[in-house]
Design a protein around this ligand. Structure first.
Ligand code: G
Ligand code: G
Ligand code: MN
Ligand code: NA
Length: 251
C-alpha cells in the first residue's frame, strides 16, 4: 500500500523517476538507438527495480499515468536528440499490455507526438506477447494505426511466453527481440544456441529484423553476428545510463 501511494506521488510530482537509456547497435557497432528503461530512486528505500514496481503499477491501474509519464519523457528525449544532431536515433519504449489496452492509447500518443513535434519514425514500441490476452483484432488495429504514423513495433522477450507461434505472428511486428535468458547461455548450452539460431532464421524468413539483448561479452557479439543478428544491446556496449550520459557517450 505504501509503495503504491509513494509511486503515485512520484508520478504526480514528476520526481524520483527517470528514464535511463541503453544503446542499441548495428552489425558495424554503430549506435542506432536506445531502449528507455525506467528507474525509481525512492527517498527512503533507495533504488527500486521496475521488475518490482511495474507489476504493481499494472495491478493497481497506476500503469496508465506511469505510462503517460514515460511516453512524455520519451518525446522530450527525442526532441533533445534532434537539437543535438542525433535525429537519426530511434528510441524504444516499453509499453505494458494493460497500458496498450486503453481505448485512448493511440489518441494520447498521437497528441504527445504533435505537442512535441516528434518525427514518429524516431519512436519504437516494445510489447510482450501478453498483449494477446486482449482482443487480437483490436490489438492489430492499434498497431497498424500507429505503424501508419511511422512508429515501429518490436516483440520483446521473444521465446519466453506461452502463446502459439501462428497466433503471435498475426501481430504486425517489425522486429523480434531475443530474450536475455537465451543469449546468456547460448555459448554453454546447445539447446539455447539452437533457439537463438531458430529465432534469427524465423525473423528473417518472415521479413523481420532481429535484435539480441543481454550481449555481455565480445564472444556473445561475435557469435550473434555470425548467426546473422541485425542489432545488439547489452552490458558489453553499455548498461542503461541517464539520458545526458547516453548523449555524451554517443558519437
Ligand atoms: O531495466 P530493467 O532490467 O531493470 O527492467 C526490468 C523490467 O522492467 C523489464 O521487463 C523492462 O521491460 C521493464 N521496464 C523497464 N522500464 C519500463 C517502462 O518504462 N515501462 C514498462 N512497461 N516496463 C518497463
Ligand atoms: O524486459 P526487457 O527486455 O524490456 O528488459 C531488458 C532488461 O535487460 C532490463 O532489465 C535491462 O537492465 C537488462 N539488461 C540489459 N542488458 C543486459 C545484459 O547485458 N545482461 C543482463 N543480464 N541484463 C541486461
Ligand atoms: Mn524491452
Ligand atoms: Na527482453
Amino acid at each position: 500500500v505504501r509503495m503504491e501511494s509513494d509511486l503515485r506521488w512520484a508520478i504526480e510530482n514528476n520526481q524520483q523517476l527517470e528514464l535511463y537509456l541503453q544503446p542499441q547497435l548495428n552489425r558495424s557497432r554503430q549506435v542506432i538507438g536506445a531502449e528507455a528503461l525506467i528507474r525509481w530512486q525512492h527517498p527512503k528505500q533507495g533504488f527500486i527495480s521496475p521488475a518490482e514496481f511495474i507489476p504493481l503499477a499494472e495491478e493497481t491501474g497506476l500503469i496508465v499515468s506511469l505510462g503517460d509519464w514515460v511516453n512524455q519523457q520519451a518525446c522530450k528525449i527525442i526532441k533533445q536528440w534532434q537539437q543535438l544532431g542525433m535525429a537519426h536515433l530511434v528510441l524504444s519504449i516499453n509499453v505494458s499490455s494493460p497500458q496498450f489496452q486503453q481505448l485512448d492509447f493511440v489518441d494520447k500518443l498521437n497528441d504527445l507526438i504533435r505537442q512535441y513535434d516528434v518525427p514518429p519514425g524516431s519512436l519504437k514500441i516494445e510489447l510482450t506477447e501478453s498483449v494477446l490476452m486482449q482482443n487480437v483484432d483490436e490489438v492489430i488495429g492499434k498497431i497498424n494505426e500507429l505503424k501508419q504514423l511511422g512508429i515501429q513495433f518490436a516483440l520483446d522477450d521473444f521465446g519466453t511466453g506461452y502463446s502459439s507461434l501462428s497466433y503471435l505472428m498475426k501481430l504486425p511486428f517489425d522486429l523480434l527481440k531475443i530474450d536475455v535468458s537465451f543469449v546468456r547461455e547460448m555459448l554453454s548450452s546447445p539447446e539455447k544456441d539452437a533457439i537463438v539460431r531458430t529465432i534469427v532464421q524465423l525473423s528473417h524468413n518472415l521479413g523481420l529484423s532481429v535484435v539480441a539483448e543481454g550481449v555481455e561479452t565480445e564472444q556473445h557479439f561475435q557469435h550473434l553476428q555470425m548467426l546473422g543478428c541485425d542489432s545488439f544491446q547489452g552490458f558489453l556496449f553499455s548498461k542503461p545510463v541517464p539520458a545526458v550520459e547516453f548523449q555524451q557517450q554517443t558519437p
